[in-house]
Design a protein. Structure first.
Length: 116
C-alpha cells in the first residue's frame, strides 16, 4: 500500500479507514478480509488526505494537506463539509470538547479551531 497516512478504526472495530496521500483516497479495510480494501471516498485533485479523528458527533475529520482545510465526513451517507484554515498544510488533528487542535506546517504550530 503506497503512501498510507492517517488511520482510524470504525466504532464497531470491524473496519479500518486509511487515508492514501498520493491517490487522494480514503480506503476502508474489512478486518475479516483485509486483502480486499475498498475505496470509501475519492477526494478532489489537490487534496492530500492526512491525519484523521473521529468526532464525538460521529463524523470523521480529515486533515487535507495542500487544500488548507479539514474535511468533515458523515461516513453513513457520505455528506461532506469543510473547515477552512489560515494556512495550506494541516497534518494531524484531535478533538477536545468543542475544539479541534490541528498541527499546521505553514503556521509551524498548532491551530485551535472551534467546531460549529
Amino acid at each position: 500500500m503506497a503512501q498510507p497516512n492517517g488511520i482510524a478504526a470504525t466504532s464497531d472495530e470491524r473496519h479500518l479507514l486509511v487515508s492514501k496521500s498520493l491517490s487522494v483516497r480514503l480506503l476502508r479495510i474489512d478486518l475479516q478480509n483485509p486483502c480486499k480494501p475498498e475505496v470509501a471516498c475519492q477526494f478532489a485533485i489537490g487534496s492530500i488526505p492526512d491525519g484523521m479523528e473521529w468526532l464525538t458527533d460521529g463524523r470523521l475529520a480529515i486533515a487535507q494537506h495542500g487544500r488548507g482545510c479539514i474535511t468533515l465526513m458523515d461516513t453513513r451517507n457520505g455528506a461532506q463539509s469543510e473547515i477552512k484554515l489560515p494556512g495550506g498544510h494541516p497534518t494531524n488533528l484531535i478533538q477536545d470538547e468543542d475544539y479541534l487542535y490541528v498541527t499546521e506546517d505553514t503556521a509551524e504550530g498548532v491551530l485551535k479551531v472551534r467546531l460549529t
